[in-house]
Design a protein around this ligand. Structure first.
Ligand code: SF4
Ligand code: SF4
Length: 174
């Protein structure tokens, strides 16, 4: 059976000092053109950050959720209460987190595609982010890629018919 490489970033939250270097480099890497700007809203990593309460926890953007979930979690860790959905990684219709600021399309960590090591890991001087890889057997079914996910979110927002019409109009102009 075919093998695939699983990439993960382990978070050692006790080491995070809330400097936001990870957000800055992620936003810059995903600017268009690359490194042309630093809009934190483009970052695929966001800090839960409250210096008064000594809360500093990075959260990575994960899969798209097309519908709001039915249950919401709250966590109390070491006596600190974290807000509703604080640790959720999904780009979901119920909040603005992990959405591309211009288009509203979902953001997802792509492990800095093309880079040997994720840039947030490189830029974290506190070593709060640890890059790890492992090999696993590949799934039989291919998962939808980023383009499919983005198109699905446009279909959910505008309807399939409108999207197809728009694409056809764009194709005519090409
Ligand atoms: S791995 Fe790359 S894309 Fe993912 S959060 Fe870090 S800098 Fe952003
Ligand atoms: S770069 Fe490291 S220490 Fe700074 S906010 Fe990000 S995870 Fe925390």
């Amino acid at each position: 059976m075919a093998k695939k490489i699983i990439k993960t970033i382990k978070i050692d939250a006790d080491k995070c000092n809330g400097c936001r270097a990870c957000e800055v480099i992620c936003a810059a890497f995903h600017a268009s053109p690359k490194y042309s700007g630093v809009n934190p809203a483009r970052s695929r990593i966001k800090l839960i950050r409250d210096p008064i309460k000594d809360m500093f926890i990075p959260v990575y953007a994960g899969e798209l959720a097309t519908a709001e979930c039915m249950g919401r979690d709250k966590y109390i860790i070491d006596g600190k209460e974290y807000g509703e959905c604080a640790f959720c990684r999904a780009s979901c219709p119920s909040r603005a987190t992990f959405k591309e600021p211009d288009s509203g399309l979902p953001l997802k960590c792509d492990m800095c595609e093309g880079e040997e090591t994720p840039l947030c890991v490189k830029w974290c001087l506190e070593e709060a982010l640890i890059y790890e890889t492992r090999e696993e057997e590949a799934d039989e079914e291919p998962k939808p890629d980023e383009i499919e996910q983005s198109l699905q979110s446009l279909v959910d927002k505008h309807g399939l018919e409108k999207l197809v019409d728009t694409l056809a109009r764009m194709a005519e102009k090409e």
